[in-house]
Design a protein around this ligand. Structure first.
Ligand code: ATP
Ligand code: MG
Length: 258
């Protein structure tokens, strides 16, 4: 698709193109396209920029990933299509493992995602085929399958763009859950220990950078970052930001003058 360089919604359209390409390659589920639309709506509300509340969460997430004994990055179709290289970089920088975890699991899609990540330099991708032999209690059918080498034994799990049921199930298993979710009101956003309210395409590169920056710090320093982080406050801050932004806009002349 040819999007003019000065198109006001260029970035957003390019991201859509990546998802449509991913859909054509069998990486993204049709439902994933709908989920993206919901995310876009919230991105509009936060001004399509990484805000302060997201930066706080990114710092805490980086520290938590570095402190983990066994961290896992859970990857679904949308995440693979949008930020494959940053999933690989984050795994490298933090020592986390990569696991495919799909809401709409099919053998073909999980394999396509694995191959896509391997082609972007991933060393190993868990949770595909026979490897997804363990189950998370309480979840239905294919949604509960995880890798016994990955999510099953993880202490910290990064689940960008995750469904609320599964996030709550991971919490009940005692995992420390980090998410990236543009909707500060989603069940995932509210159940997670750390919620990065930002677009995954902006948040993942910043998270990789933060992990690299904090890597040399001692554990005491990192623990202090995590223990002084308060997710409820961060979600409240995100909602206040949206509220104030909308009130400010509501006092302006909104008409576009061509
Ligand atoms: P929940 O199940 O947590 O209540 P939901 O049912 O509203 O959420 P899901 O489809 O289960 O939504 O989860 C997808 C989540 O990912 C949504 O909250 C959506 O806003 C968010 N999302 C979609 N695209 C992006 C993106 N590019 N970056 C960050 N978040 C996104
Ligand atoms: Mg859901």
């Amino acid at each position: 698709m040819n999007i003019p360089a000065n198109h006001p919604r260029r970035e957003s359209l390019l991201i859509r193109e990546k998802l449509v390409e991913g859909f054509k390659k069998g990486i993204v589920a049709p439902e994933g396209l709908i989920a993206h639309g919901r995310g876009e709506c919230f991105d509009y509300l936060i001004g399509e920029k990484t805000q302060g509340f997201a930066l706080k969460a990114i710092e805490a997430a980086a520290a938590a990933l570095l402190l983990a004994n066994h961290a896992v990055i859970s990857v679904n179709g949308n995440v693979a299509a949008l930020v494959p290289e940053h999933v690989v970089k984050l795994a490298e920088a933090s020592g986390a493992l990569i696991e495919v975890n799909l809401f709409y699991r099919t053998r073909e899609r999980e394999e396509a995602i694995k191959q896509f990540l391997l082609s972007h330099g991933a060393r190993e991708v868990l949770g595909v085929g026979e490897d997804a032999s363990a189950t998370i209690p309480e979840l239905f059918s294919e949604r509960r399958r995880v890798s016994p080498r990955g999510i099953l034994i993880a202490d910290v799990v990064l689940v960008p763009l995750e469904d609320g049921d599964r996030t709550e199930a991971l919490k009940r298993l005692g995992k420390y859950v980090i998410t990236i979710d543009l909707n500060p009101l989603s069940r995932t956003a509210r159940a997670a220990d750390i919620t990065i309210v930002d677009n995954v395409v902006r948040a993942m590169p910043l998270l990789v950078e933060k992990v690299s920056e904090l890597k040399g710090e001692d554990r005491g320093f990192l623990k202090n970052i995590v223990s002084s982080y308060n997710n409820n406050e961060v979600l409240q801050e995100a909602l206040r930001f949206i509220t104030h932004r909308l009130l400010e806009l509501a006092s302006k002349d909104l008409k576009l003058h061509a």
